[in-house]
Design a protein around this ligand. Structure first.
Ligand SMILES: Cc1cc2nc3c(=O)[nH]c(=O)nc-3n(C[C@H](O)[C@H](O)[C@H](O)COP(=O)(O)OP(=O)(O)OC[C@H]3O[C@@H](n4cnc5c(N)ncnc54)[C@H](O)[C@@H]3O)c2cc1C
Length: 488
């Protein structure tokens, strides 16, 4: 059997690795010159700048650990001692990995919120046993295993159902301490379900949430090398344009922008589903349920971002006394308007070991449309971008005057995200979970006999782990279909 995979993001790489692992010939076609999709700063690879993302694979007894550990051993990751440090004009606090330390700090700073704080940490404790399903996708499990798993997580599922119906804004409205609320609202969105936040924190406190020690570039390089060493092939700078239909529900070959084409038995489109449905399949095949989500933007919000990365020579600055701990720092700042939104907080990821500092401001669909309309005129777009770059730089320089002149290395706008990876409205995650828009679980099957989709969009709210699992799961489903009698 031969599989063609389109896209060398996390989902495409996982599809390729699992195909090769199962003795299936595979080839990945990628439009860019590098792997990793929207996790990569395209202009700065040689500078070794790198996003240091969160991944939920840090605990030995969970399935996701075993899945990642087979390829990327655990010593590539670390648990940061704090989730973030927050500072505004009235308050500073740290969200430590040590739960009791954080709780004590909150209780002493905000005695009026005692009840809320106890309830917050008690819910988190209950959620700490949450385990992501990573070995076998739900749809391939036998009824016995499904029931066993559901029973095990029955209590947790009840909590999830309850908190899916409450937004972040609603949840924190009962807290009198505005700093706690502001800290979380700068990371999460006011209208998304609080469950995403609670599960993230529970994963962090239970030791599941980790970060790659050398940044994501290092992990991507390892995944690429693993795939190639298993016999996989990656062809860069080939953009899938369309498919040639063999009949109304199967693909004969994929055709690239360059005019090149290729044949396989099975095709995995590990790229954005909106792009697949509209551009590649030209509306002939779709998924009505999935599609309705794009039309209900309130219930299924998506977010892009504007991302700034800076070079700071920490080695030189702190020759004597390097007092910056790697991690996420949230500072309040003068309101800055980016796109259509105002921000009163800046989230800085400081990475002294890589001489890097980066920040991402979340941008919603209205912001995307703002950038899109500006982009019609190069001059206006570039002028606005330069203004914002200068403003963000001066915010950082005000917070850290001792850094002197920081050097902007890369800025990526929502339009860039769209242009670089073809993602819907430049999104960097899948649909966020809201009380009106429950999580999506898509098995990648789009009613075609030999074409499937895989990507972070297969499970809300997306992210690296979900992208990886989508690639793994789709290979398991293809193998199962042959086991059940599908013929080459
Ligand atoms: C700044 C930032 C920070 C993030 N932090 C985290 C984090 O902490 N934790 C986390 O879990 N997630 C994080 N994410 C999200 C994470 O990046 C995504 O979940 C993940 O990378 C999605 O992978 P994917 O394979 O589904 O899609 P993509 O990365 O979009 O991959 C799709 C690939 O297909 C290629 N492609 C597209 N169209 C075509 C075509 N027509 N022909 C050929 N190739 C094509 C693209 O170039 C790309 O390489 C972050 C994202 C950003 C931008």
């Amino acid at each position: 059997m031969k599989i063609i995979i389109i896209g060398a993001g996390i989902a495409g790489l996982a599809s390729g690795i699992y195909a090769q692992k199962n003795g299936i010939e595979s080839i990945i076609y990628e439009k860019n010159t590098y792997v990793g999709g929207n996790l990569v700063y395209p202009n700065n690879k040689k500078e070794n700048l790198s996003i240091v993302p969160w991944m939920a694979c840090g605990k030995e007894n969970i399935e996701l650990f075993q899945v990642w550990n087979e390829f990327i051993p655990q010593d590539n990751f670390f648990i940061p001692p704090f989730f973030f440090k927050y500072q505004d004009e009235n308050n500073t606090f740290t969200f430590w990995q040590d739960k009791n330390k954080t709780k004590e700090e909150w209780l002493s700073k905000s005695p009026n919120d005692t009840k809320q704080i106890h309830s917050f940490f008690s819910t988190i404790s209950d959620l700490e046993d949450y385990v992501e399903n990573a070995n076998i996708p739900w749809d391939l499990m036998n009824p016995f295993l499904t029931t066993k798993k559901q029973l095990k997580q029955r209590k947790i599922n009840k909590i999830i159902s309850k908190y899916e119906n409450i937004t972040v804004e609603e949840y924190f409205s009962s807290f009198s301490d505005k700093s706690i609320k502001n800290a979380f609202l700068s990371i999460f969105n006011h209208n998304e379900s609080i469950i995403t936040l609670l599960l993230t924190i529970a994963n962090y406190l239970s030791g599941k949430l980790v970060q790659p020690k050398k940044g994501i570039n290092d992990i991507l390089e390892q995944l690429k090398n693993i795939y190639i060493s298993m016999g996989g092939k990656i062809i860069f700078q080939e953009t899938l344009e369309e498919i040639k239909w063999a009949n109304p529900n199967s693909c004969e070959k994929v055709i690239f922008k360059s005019g090149k084409y290729d044949y396989a038995d099975e095709y995995i489109l590990a790229i954005d589903p909106y792009f697949v449905f509209n551009k590649v399949l030209k509306g002939k095949v779709g998924d009505r349920k999935f599609y309705l989500r794009y039309e209900n933007k309130e219930a299924y919000p998506v977010y892009s971002g504007i991302h700034f990365s800076y070079y700071v020579d920490f080695l030189k600055l702190y020759k004597k006394n390097n007092n910056y701990q790697e991690g996420i720092y949230i500072y309040s700042c003068e309101p800055i308007k980016i796109g259509k939104n105002y921000y009163s907080q800046i989230i800085l990821h400081i990475i002294p070991s890589l001489n890097e500092v980066y920040c991402t401001f979340k941008q919603d669909i209205k912001d995307y449309e703002y950038w899109e309309s500006l982009y019609q005129t190069d001059f206006l777009y570039n002028k606005k971008l330069k203004e914002i770059c200068d403003e963000v730089k001066s915010i950082i320089e005000n917070i850290f005057p001792e850094w002197k002149k920081i050097q902007l290395k890369e800025v990526i706008t929502p339009i860039d995200y769209f242009k670089l990876t073809n993602t819907y409205k430049g999104s960097i995650y899948s649909f966020h979970i809201t009380p009106q828009g429950k999580p999506i679980y898509h098995n990648g099957n789009i009613n075609m006999t030999n074409v499937y989709i895989a990507s972070q969009w297969m499970n809300s709210p997306g992210g690296i782990d979900q992208a990886f699992l989508s690639g793994k799961f789709i290979i398991q489903r293809i193998i199962e279909s042959y086991r059940k009698g599908k013929k080459l």
